[in-house]
Design a protein around this ligand. Structure first.
Ligand code: ZN
Length: 96
């Protein structure tokens, strides 16, 4: 196990999933960011996690935008409908 450890422990121990997650969300400190960016050049595990993290965030953001656009249309439709038939309810209570 851990073949790289036998080679002299020259590399800083890394946690690809956590490092990458913190990197793509901007939670890493400036020093840790610099270290990780240098580290990514020769560590395929961390590089892959960063790519996956960015891709995942983009998909999540797009899904959220589409969902909220659909919700806005539904809210608008509901508001138009209720304003024709009577007093409009508080649309804000439907959530973000
Ligand atoms: Zn790494």
């Amino acid at each position: 196990m851990m073949r790289w450890m036998r080679r002299g422990f020259r590399r800083r121990p890394h946690d690809p999933e956590r490092n990458a997650a913190e990197y793509v969300t901007g939670e890493l400190s400036k020093r840790a960011t610099r270290w990780l960016e240098a580290h990514l050049l020769h560590c395929e595990d961390c590089w892959r996690e960063v790519l996956l993290g960015r891709l995942g965030r983009r998909i999540a953001a797009e899904a959220r935008e589409q969902a909220s656009a659909g919700l806005r249309d539904r809210v608008r439709g509901a508001v138009q409908f209720t304003s024709e038939g009577g007093p409009a309810g508080p649309a804000e209570s439907l959530g973000p």
